[in-house]
Structure formats: C-alpha cells, structure tokens
Design a protein around this ligand. Sequence first.
Ligand code: CA
Length: 227
Amino acid sequence: MPTRLVLVEDNLKLAESIAEGLREDGYLTDQLSTAAAAIERGLRRDFDLMILDLGLPDRDGLEVLAELRAARVHVPILVLTARDAVEARVEALDKGADDYLVKPFAFAELVARIGALVRRAGGPRWAPADDAPIVMGDDLVVSSGLKHATLSPREFALLGCLLRRRGEVVSRSEILREAFGYDFDPGTNVIDVHLTHLRKKLGGFPLVIETVRGIGIRLSLETPPKS
Ligand code: CA
C-alpha cells in the first residue's frame, strides 16, 4: 500500500511544490490549507502521516496538534515552522509533534524525516521483558502499579528502546535509529527534549534515566523497597 500523506500548508505555492515532489517520490499526498480542515481530516485517521504548518490562517497549527492528540489521534505529525526559537520547537514537541523542520528547509531533508517517521510508526513496538515492573500497554499508556502515564508516540518509542536495554548505556545514534527511525543525525537536541518530557511524565515510576555525558543514555530500574 502506498503511503498517504496529508500536507497542511496555506502557502499554496510552497504546498504545490512540496506535494509535487512528494508525489514524484511515490507518496499519495492530499493538500489542505486550514486548521479546521486539518482537524476534520485528522479525526478520520485515514492517512499515514501529517505535515503540518504552524502558521495557518484560521487557527494556530499548535491547536490542531493539541486537539488531535487530545482526541487520541496518534498518527505521526511533522511540524513545519518558521519559528526558529527553541521554545517554539519544544512547545510543538510538547503538544505531540513527532518531529519538526524549520523553514526554509531542503526538500531532501523533508523526505528523509518523513521516511524515518513512517518506518518508525510501522516498526515493531519494543516490548520490555516480563520481569520489568513497568507495562507498556496499547494506546501509548505506560503503567507501574497504580501509576499511569500517557506518552506521545516518540516518548513511547524512546522509553521502549531504553527499557529493552535497561542497565546499558545506549548511544545517541542508536536511540536515533531505534526509537526515531533516523539513520542520520538530525543535528538537534530532539532526544533531550523528549527525555525531559519523559522524566516529567514518569515522575514516581520506579526508574531512573541518566544522561551519561559523551556516551549516551541509561535507564535503570529501581528495586522496590522491601516491606
Ligand atoms: Ca503558513
């Protein structure tokens, strides 16, 4: 089955050139130009990935993100933004974007990111071993005892990758490949942004995620106190 993309971009000239390139690369690409149309289409869940411009005429793209994630639409969303500030990127990831590109970007990079996200979404879900006191359930919910947290698809993939190799230091390039589907370094702090969110959401869970400088990331499980 060909991959179906939804491109939400109100700059019609830009949208047309992106869509044309994507079609040449074999992607079915539907074009939309408003936040309202993006939400309506998103709720139908009949596509593989959304490319979402944040500067839309009717509402901010961040609101589209927030609404779709609140409605449990977990399809990968790649944000296009002209906002280069770190806070803007963090906010997009925080609202559930899987990745972002700052305009202007090279078309080849867009294609690489799309490929990575699509591979990741279709890839195996990392299941931790049975003895781990943490359960990664369907619908991106992680549980430990009575504690539950709902993660973004990227956070879920990142946790799965670290949990599967718990106790080991996993290098950043391995994480990028296994959890993000990148076989290249996107040259951003994308791992750290997701780690920050993960640590916050998993506060109180019996695990510690450490950054080992210059080497990678290590997740350790805490032994429950003996009663
Ligand atoms: Ca725009």
